[in-house]
Design a protein around this ligand. Structure first.
Ligand SMILES: [Zn+2]
Length: 81
């Protein structure tokens, strides 16, 4: 029961911190999404400090590279754990 390599969830529900609107989005597997415009209020969401993409900050599921146990692209200067 240790086979989890292909168990990558590609759909993440983003929740806007401003208006609370939730929207299910499909994540790209080969790129990080830094910005996401809320479909409820139009706020441009950005990753929180230490997060690599909006899915890691506001989504129900972190981005695919994180799910695979690696680092996301573009994460720099962070060698904590
Ligand atoms: Zn919003």
């Amino acid at each position: 029961m240790e086979n989890q390599a292909q168990n990558i969830e590609l759909t993440s529900t983003l929740t806007c911190p401003e208006c609370g609107h939730s929207e299910a989005e499909t994540m790209p597997t080969d790129a990080c999404q830094w910005f996401y415009e809320c479909k409820g209020c139009g706020l441009l969401l950005k990753p929180k400090a230490g997060d690599c993409c909006v899915y890691c900050s506001y989504g129900t599921v972190p981005c695919p590279p994180i799910q695979q146990g690696g680092n996301c692209c573009g994460v720099d200067g962070g060698d904590a754990d």
